[in-house]
Design a protein. Structure first.
Length: 620
């Protein structure tokens, strides 16, 4: 064995020979590795045998171990489950880990409710709901639900459903809700629709289509033509989606096909979800800590970590290579399927092997594209931040940049925008808009002062919230490394005044960006700063400024359209607040109302033919 401290030697001498997990810590007490073993004594001691065959990662791990804890369990399966839980909780540096696994979204059907709704969540809880996922892209989840809602128009409101409401909401009119609130569908029919939605997410489209076709035919025979038309539209929408799903296998066994690509320490796992022979979806996942690990080990760790949080486990997993723990992993997956058999295999020929090869090719292409994107973005962003740090003489790179802009039309409907860039890229979840409240007339300077004052008041509130243990608004809780205002010396002077008021001048660097020459103005300097025309620093400044300008204009147009349309509608006899709100939600603009037919207008509750005529006449 290598030279060990007395403390470590004592631990190695007293290790039990039973199955369990071991937890390795560094000098700071941080957990740096978690492992499992059938025989704890033999496995842990093997790390400290001097061997030239140890890879660089293991040698580095051993050099950093100063303490080891262990937990004895009753079986190898218990050790596997405990190891997965510890890795997920502590995310040790030297373990293979799913990147950003805490952020993966799921689709959730709230079956515990009498009329289940559908939401997107990032956490599965045992509340009687059914989950689908995880997915790697929240955007893709919402796109999926946008399509499914047109086929299965589920509830999205918070009404208490009695079936006796006098009227439904706008979503019923545009066929995005089945309106159980007015009794348009009863509870049994609504729950059947939600069961169909869940089955569709599981790839069981054939049986749904067959039942809907029978219901359509029956409704037509009974002269219930409106219900028959609803079923016809559902069938057509399902057919359009199913046409895009590739038929990959004649085998009706539900399978997940797993493959991997590796390059320069990165590992990308591609997974195909095949249900009833059709490819219903695919996702890719990036793994960290894979350096010097064998392919089989990376695949095994992916399976354990992915299916520990997956909403369901299929009957078959097709892998690119054998894994050492296949038997115990199969046993664990079977427990996740409530005792149903799970086959983990490596196909050697035929269609299954072709599926693994197809997934491998996709993984290679995905990793290549990601690698190119990472390299380009990281290099450009790092270069831009370094250039700004040097040019503005900052103490560090401006990893968080905030930029503010004002948009108005002759002083009306004024809106201020706040955009945030982190590490040189937009952090849109932190964007905020401010409707100007205290300024009348076209005074961009005063408007900027109001916006910044409100921003830093929110920062103060966030500090106070943290002080009493409350959760702060993260968009305002952090101070920027660089504050930009769109404008020259006038706007800069207002920003400086606000920072002084909050005792932040000197703590928060601030610049003004003039549009004409792309000049940067700094506090206390009479001469402007011009960055090189082809510098990454200037490109970043321009991107931030343009994004603040775009966001401000978008917010201003939205406010102007809504408030302008609202004021014109108020002048029309018969249009009160309720009807005005319905028109705004349904049409959104004067042009859309003018284009609407009388039938479209009178379809809204309270809009009579006489009111529709008054709308057309007075708005024209």
């Amino acid at each position: 064995m290598t030279d060990l401290s007395e403390h470590l030697q004592g631990i190695l001498d007293t290790l039990p020979t039973k199955p369990g997990c071991y937890i390795m810590k560094n000098s700071g007490g941080q957990i740096i590795y978690v492992g499992k073993a059938i025989n704890l004594r033999n496995r842990v001691r093997s790390y400290f045998h001097a061997s030239a065959e140890q890879d660089a990662k293991t040698r580095q791990l051993v050099r950093n171990i100063v303490d080891i804890e262990w937990i004895v369990v009753g079986s190898e399966l218990e050790a596997l489950i405990l190891e997965m839980n510890l890795i997920k909780k502590h995310r040790p540096r030297y373990n293979i880990r799913l990147k950003d696994d805490k952020r993966y979204p799921y689709i959730k059907i709230h079956w515990g409710d009498p009329y289940p709704k559908v939401t997107v969540t990032r956490q599965m809880v045992q509340d009687g709901s059914r989950y689908y996922g995880p997915y790697t892209s929240a955007w893709a989840v919402h796109q999926t639900l946008d399509v499914l809602r047109r086929i299965f128009p589920y509830l999205t409101c918070d009404r208490v459903i009695t079936g006796k409401d006098p009227r439904a909401c706008l979503y019923y009119d545009i066929k995005l809700c089945s309106a159980p609130c007015i009794g348009a569908v009863d509870q049994q029919g609504y729950r059947q629709m939600m069961a169909d939605l869940g089955a569709f997410l599981e790839g069981k489209s054939d049986e749904i289509a067959q039942r809907l076709r029978c219901e359509m035919d029956l409704a037509a025979e009974e002269l219930r033509f409106e219900q028959a038309a609803v079923r016809r539209d559902q069938l057509q929408a399902i057919d359009r989606i199913v046409e895009r799903q590739k038929v990959l296998s004649n085998d009706q066994v539900d399978s997940d096909v797993i493959a991997m690509a590796r390059n320069n320490g990165e590992a990308c796992v591609q997974i195909f979800f095949i249900r009833s022979g059709k490819l219903i979806g695919r996702e890719y996942f990036i793994l960290e800590g894979t350096e010097d690990e064998a392919d089989s080990e990376v695949v095994a760790e992916f399976i354990k970590q992915f299916y520990a949080q997956a909403a369901n486990v299929p009957a078959q997993l097709l892998l690119p290579n054998e894994i050492e723990e296949a038997r115990i992993i199969q046993e664990w997956l079977r427990s996740r399927r409530s005792g149903e058999k799970v086959e983990v295999s490596v196909p050697r020929e035929g269609q299954p092997q072709e599926l693994v090869q197809m997934a491998t090719e996709n993984a290679v292409e995905t990793l290549r594209a990601l690698r190119a994107q990472w390299d380009a973005d990281t290099n450009r962003q790092s270069e831009a931040l370094a250039e700004l740090q040097a040019a503005l003489q900052l103490s560090g790179p401006p990893n968080r940049i905030e930029c503010y802009d004002i948009s108005n039309t002759q002083g009306t409907y004024a809106v201020g925008s706040m955009v945030v860039f982190e590490q040189g890229t937009p952090a849109k979840k932190h964007y905020r808009r401010f409707n100007i409240q205290s300024v009348s007339g076209p005074d961009d300077f005063a408007s900027m002062e109001e916006v910044l004052t409100r921003r830093f008041r929110r920062w103060q509130a966030a500090q106070e919230a943290e002080g009493v243990g409350e959760k702060p608004d993260l968009s305002f809780a952090m101070l920027p490394d660089l504050l930009m205002v769109d404008g020259g010396k006038g706007q800069l002077s207002r920003a400086v005044a606000v920072l002084e008021r909050f005792n932040l001048l000197g703590r928060v660097p601030v610049v003004g960006l003039a549009k004409q020459q792309e000049e940067l103005f700094l506090p206390g300097q009479s001469q402007s700063l011009l960055l090189p025309r082809n510098s990454q620093g200037l490109y970043l400044i321009q991107r931030v400024r343009d994004e603040a300008h775009r966001f401000a204009i978008t917010a201003h147009r939205s406010r102007r359209t809504r408030e302008g349309l609202a004021s014109r509608l108020d002048k029309i006899p018969g249009i009160g607040p309720g009807r005005r709100q319905l028109l705004l939600k349904r049409f959104g603009s004067i042009e859309r109302i003018l284009e609407a037919t009388e039938e479209e207008l009178t379809a809204l509750p309270g809009i009579t033919p006489e009111i529709a005529l008054a709308l057309k006449t007075q708005l024209e």
